[in-house]
Design a protein around this ligand. Sequence first.
Ligand code: SF4
Ligand code: SF4
Length: 349
Amino acid sequence: MFTTGYCNLKCDYCGGSFEPNVVPWKPKVDIEKLKKIIESDPHPVVIFYGGEPLANPKFIMSVMGNVNASRWGVQTNGTLVKLLPENYWRRIDVALLSIDGRREITDKHRGNGVYDKVVKNAKYLKDIGVKELIARMTVTEDSDIYEEVTHLLSLGLFDKIHWQLNVDWTEMWDVKTWAYKSYLPGIRKLTNLFLEELSQGKILKIIPILGVISAHYFQPYRGSPCGAGYKSVAIKTDGTIIACPIAVREEWAILGDVAKGFRLLEDPIPDDRCKRCEFLRYCGGRCLYASKEKFWGEEGFNIIDEINKEYLRIVLEIIPDIEKLLTKGVIKKEDLYYDPTEDSTEVIP
Ligand code: SF4
Ligand code: SF4
């Protein structure tokens, strides 16, 4: 649920607020109709989104005060946390805070002082009893994925770590060279760390690893793991219901509106290559938005896809070791279950 199109930051891979004619900064949604549509879902998970969702705490309070949901969450840049009163925060099941890893990496792209603010607010949220915190990273050519993820784990604040690659929506950059030199070796180190911890019976909740392992042992992804358009939808501040919260301008993404209802996508995998792909059950076609829009063209899409497949191969290589741990009883199969739509994460970076 969008609460506003406004954002108080201007991170360089995003650009900040939406234009008010695209995502209005003040919601024009009838709460009663919103309540009806959300409560018609047998397991409604509501995640507040923006812009910066906490820039409109009144709307969050009004929705939480009127609507019954099974699970509440916020995807926030982590700087305006105090605007929502504590008694509302205590009802929040999951808060996803944007932080890219080490201080210098986060502040370079999000602005000076952002890292310190987010870490301070993460501590505050932990102290007042928010059930779960997820670090939500954007990964650029400046990121060393192993360093950034292990740094965030070392803070002891985040229950889960997730990231997205800064590809296909900003200017094209040489992602292939970076991936083979830095990213994919880092993924291998993280996967080894995940396995080491697993052999001690501990599940390291690195979502791009855990979510793939989960799809091996449990249901495959029927489309983008985020559920875009088939299991999850986004509600704009003007009441339009769309398949993906990034697709605020795209006709193909419109599924309906709060007043009249909506229909889910019949086919959530637009690219035929994905339907024939050996990785489909783990990947679900990656990001629906990227595969519809292809900002970097076919060539760019293929480069990202090559990196994606290599990452999946690296993660899946540990399945035989996991089998042994399961047989020995070091871990239980259900410990490996992860449903990204409970958290509004994407699994596949
Ligand atoms: S790995 Fe590539 S081709 Fe295969 S399902 Fe994912 S996005 Fe589609
Ligand atoms: S992964 Fe892609 S389709 Fe899913 S929510 Fe993000 S941008 Fe939209």
